[in-house]
Design a protein around this ligand. Structure first.
Ligand code: ATP
Ligand code: MG
Ligand code: MG
Length: 379
């Protein structure tokens, strides 16, 4: 019996555990809080990431470790890797944890990126503003997620406000200034690389964010084959360079047919949740296969798919469950503003049918504004 240890016990760990059951796997989750939602399906160890006693207990009970949470301290991941196999590697994790390191690697690999500059002082911010210009975004280098730790500057007059908001973190998590990309689309490549280096990617996904948080994902993204091939080639180059093992997502902006890389998520990703019902093998199943050294499953789609995120509170499931291609995911979390509490995936045979399904569900739930941009993209 193989036990997979997962660092972090959120919905990603929960969906990994659910998808691993048919493989006969057992799971052990470690999290810093006792009510983490994966704990409803898997035994859990509660402890701080730097708590050596908790980490030792975790290591002693598992055969392999992986992540639901990308911000586990790199030293803790390294400590664990000296005791059990850890995938992705602590090195890949460390690169993806730091926006400066990941953007530097993108550039070295010839993957285009928006202009960026590390910022460590107020004078440094002024100097970077002079070269990057406005609009731009000041971000924390580490620990940001769901658009947290970011300040958008429309003009140079916003520099004081940006520094007031984030300057205090320049010495702790570090800061980076990035040019603002007036993108016409956001897309992501969800890819998987096995222990033997085999690489596969799911069809490109188009994503819509509201206030920095993912709201909807559509696959396949309505883009040219050439653009899709280029995005997947970038993802593959990145995975090879990091000797990456497992599933990851590469987020990209698309502007006038050009791709600019935003960030790398070193784990299963929200923009890949549609793969549970919309593809031959889900991202969760393939992640487990990759970290266990098993053959990878096919990533082809089985229909057109759209995922809608539920943020804050769960809507009434009936509108989705009444649809022939409607699938419901409730993470079993308490409602809280801004929190990802569940999602739905709608699947159909044609883009037209998917657009009609989305229109019905959006209307019944009073969430027209969430489905409207997806319907427009399907036209
Ligand atoms: P995630 O939850 O995806 O990990 P995050 O907090 O790491 O989010 P980003 O992905 O960098 O943050 O930014 C969140 C969203 O903000 C992006 O998906 C995009 O919509 C917008 N955004 C971020 N950086 C830029 C940029 N340079 N130009 C334009 N929009 C941007
Ligand atoms: Mg991120
Ligand atoms: Mg992102």
């Amino acid at each position: 019996m193989t036990t997979v240890g997962i660092l972090g016990g959120g919905q990603l760990a929960r969906m990994l555990a659910l998808s691993g059951a048919p493989l006969g796997l057992r799971f052990l989750v470690m999290d810093t809080v006792a009510d983490a939602c994966a704990g409803q399906f898997a035994p859990m160890i509660v402890g701080d990431w730097r708590d050596e006693r908790a980490l030792s207990e975790f290591a002693s009970k598992i055969d392999v470790a992986t992540f639901d949470f990308e911000n586990v301290p790199a030293e803790s991941a390294q400590w664990l890797a000296e005791r059990v196999p850890v995938f992705p590697s602590p090195r890949a994790l460390a690169v993806a944890q730091d926006r400066l390191a990941e953007k530097t690697l993108f550039r070295e690999l010839g993957i285009p990126v928006p202009p960026f500059s590390a910022i460590d002082s107020r004078e440094g911010l002024d100097a970077a503003l002079a070269t990057i210009g406005t609009p731009c975004i000041l971000k924390t280098r580490r620990l940001g997620y769901d658009g947290k730790g970011q300040f958008r500057l429309k003009s140079l007059a916003d520099a004081d406000a940006a520094w007031d908001a984030l300057g205090g973190q320049a010495r702790t998590v570090g800061l980076i200034l990035e040019g603002f990309v007036a993108f016409d689309k956001e897309v992501s490549v969800v890819g998987v690389r096995g222990r033997d280096g085999e690489f596969r990617a799911w069809p490109l996904t188009q994503n819509w964010h509201v206030d920095g948080v993912l709201s909807a994902s559509l696959a396949p993204a309505p883009v040219s084959q050439e653009l899709e091939d280029k995005a997947i080639a970038h993802a593959r180059a990145l995975a090879d360079a990091l000797d990456y093992v497992g599933v990851f997502a590469l987020e990209l902006f698309c502007r006038d047919g050009e791709l600019l890389a935003n960030e790398l998520a070193p784990r299963v990703h929200n923009s890949g949740h549609w793969t549970i019902e919309g593809s031959e093998t889900s991202q969760f199943q393939n992640h487990l296969r990759a970290v266990l050294g098993l053959p990878l499953g096919a990533t082809r789609m089985v229909g057109e798919a759209c995922m809608l995120n539920w943020i804050g509170t769960m809507p009434d499931p009936n509108a989705v469950l009444a649809e022939p291609g409607g699938h419901w995911h409730d993470y079993g979390k308490e409602a809280r503003a801004g929190r990802k509490v569940g999602h739905a995936t709608l699947r159909a045979n044609t883009p037209q049918e998917l657009a009609q399904t989305l229109a019905r569900v959006g209307k019944k739930l009073g969430r027209e504004s969430q489905v409207e941009p997806v319907i427009a993209a399907l036209r």
